[in-house]
Design a protein around this ligand. Sequence first.
Ligand SMILES: [Zn+2]
Length: 126
Amino acid sequence: MARLSKPVIHCDALVVHCMDYRLQKFLQPWITVRFGYDNFDIISLAGSVHDYEMVLKYVQLAVQIHAIQTVCLINHEDCRAYGREGTYQRHKHDLTDARNKIKALFPDLAVETFYLHLDGTFELIL
Ligand SMILES: [Zn+2]
């Protein structure tokens, strides 16, 4: 019996950010401006890249089912999922580490990393 394949669907990006309610008012408009309305997958995890293995599962899935080209990772100031370990340096380290690991597995993906300050400033982490 022939099985009809579903049409290919696509969006440009997967965005990963923290669940923290204090950030949503900054995140939603910024992401929409950056990637365009109706053009991104999004996941909200406590600590964002804190659980890298979980992030990786979603990256693999988004590549597979939506052929994404960009992954945008956003950690933030005063993240309670990190607790006392959540220093600026630690966030910077974890973001860079996640970016490098994803780039090693998916060389064609662009990976952007940002540190979101509580005042709504998105700082690009290079
Ligand atoms: Zn957080």
